[in-house]
Design a protein around this ligand. Structure first.
Ligand code: TXA
Ligand code: MG
Length: 343
């Protein structure tokens, strides 16, 4: 486990980066920070290297990995064509939390990473440590979030350690990540691009650059099969059952007392605004409603923190389904296994 200061100049010259890059070049797996969440990286050109990612995470074999790059020029090595809209988005939001799905060139990337699909998701992370590793190795790096499959994605090196210690070759600790939720996954193989996973770049930001887009209908309806393989799994879940509650804080408090009377230990996920209003077995404030970016930034850490309290039930407030709120609600709804009640 290496600590690096992400703000120093010339990170590529640092011994920690050299050691981590050497492991990646030797087809080992290493976790590193990006601006969204920590990733678990491996050489995307090598089947054995990529297989180690699936092994360490316990990841379902049909779930494709995002390919990380540091230089836009290499995209054409991996894809058949780059549509005009994709080019405009790369210009506007790379490096940044936007993964672009394009038609793949056969026979270049490891099929283990793309799981036999005809498309590939590519992104350029906006984090000095990730970019230094990509530059130093000069490899495309396949990297899912560096959590055990099903657990909340890691936003600190500590989270990665808790999930994957003993299963991977190293962790580069660059401090907490910024955005806190994963990249937006946008399918650009269609004339009208489709959001497969909401994330750090909002639908509105994308439409400002390329006009009308759509959203995979499965994101709004748990009955439909999502276009992105990873979106069908239960994910991000804390140990206790999580339920989202539409209602006023007084109603939520009444429900907490009711459940406690039934003998359950109950937690509540709220924000700074209501932190001192609730009485429960555990109250965690996740950022402030005045700044939804702060909620996104601490959501996964909050979900993990509930695990220390041995709860039976966690009730969560809802968030507005707009801007970064769309990604927050998408993750919360999945963490809750689609359990939402109105009171
Ligand atoms: O912010 C992020 O994107 C982080 C950091 C580490 O870069 N990575 C990440 O990877 O979240 P992962 O593997 O946890 O999620 C990748 C998502 C999955 O839902 C996967 O199914 C989808 O992207 N995906 C990848 N390639 C795809 C493809 N060709 N077609 C459809 N969905 C794809
Ligand atoms: Mg993930």
């Amino acid at each position: 486990r290496w600590s690096v200061d992400k703000n120093v100049d010339n990170l590529t010259g640092y011994p920690q980066i050299t050691q981590a890059a050497d492991l990646l070049l030797n087809n080992e797996v290493v976790a590193f920070p990006t601006e969204t969440v920590y990733g678990l990286g491996a050489n995307a050109l090598n089947d054995q290297a990529v297989a180690k990612i699936f092994e360490a995470k316990g990841r379902p074999a049909d779930n494709p990995l995002i390919i990380h790059i540091a230089d836009e020029a290499v995209v054409s090595d991996f894809v058949e064509e780059i549509p005009e809209k994709a080019k405009q988005l790369m210009k506007a939001y790379w490096p940044g939390p936007l993964t672009i799905i394009l038609k793949m060139k056969e026979g270049v990337l490891s099929e283990k990473a793309t799981v036999g699909l005809s498309t590939v998701g590519i992104r350029m992370p906006d984090h000095p440590v990730a970019l230094a590793l990509l530059q130093k190795t000069n490899l495309p790096i396949a990297a899912p979030s560096a959590n055990s499959s099903g657990r909340p994605s890691p936003t600190t090196a500590e989270h990665v350690w808790d999930d994957l210690q003993g299963k991977i070759s190293g962790i580069v600790d660059g401090g907490p990540t910024g955005v806190g939720l994963e990249s937006t996954v946008l399918d650009c193989t269609e004339e009208i691009p489709v959001i497969l996973r909401p994330g750090g770049i909002t639908a509105q930001q994308i439409e400002e650059v390329i006009g009308k887009i759509t959203v995979d209908p499965a994101l709004l309806d748990s009955g439909q099969k999502p276009k992105s393989p990873g979106m069908k799994y239960r994910h991000y879940a804390p140990d206790a059952a999580l339920v989202l509650v539409k209602g006023e804080r007084e109603d939520i408090q009444r429900l907490i007392f009711e459940k406690q009377q039934e003998g359950l230990k109950v937690g509540v996920l709220t924000t700074e605004e209501n932190e001192y209003f609730y009485q429960a077995d555990k109250v965690i404030a996740c950022g402030s409603r005045k700044n939804l970016d702060s909620v996104a930034g601490s959501l996964y850490d909050t979900l993990r923190n509930f695990n220390s309290a041995d709860l039976d039930l966690i009730l969560s407030e809802m968030f507005p389904d707009e801007g970064v709120g769309q990604a927050i609600m998408n993750r919360l709804v999945k963490a809750a296994g689609y359990r939402i009640i109105s009171i």
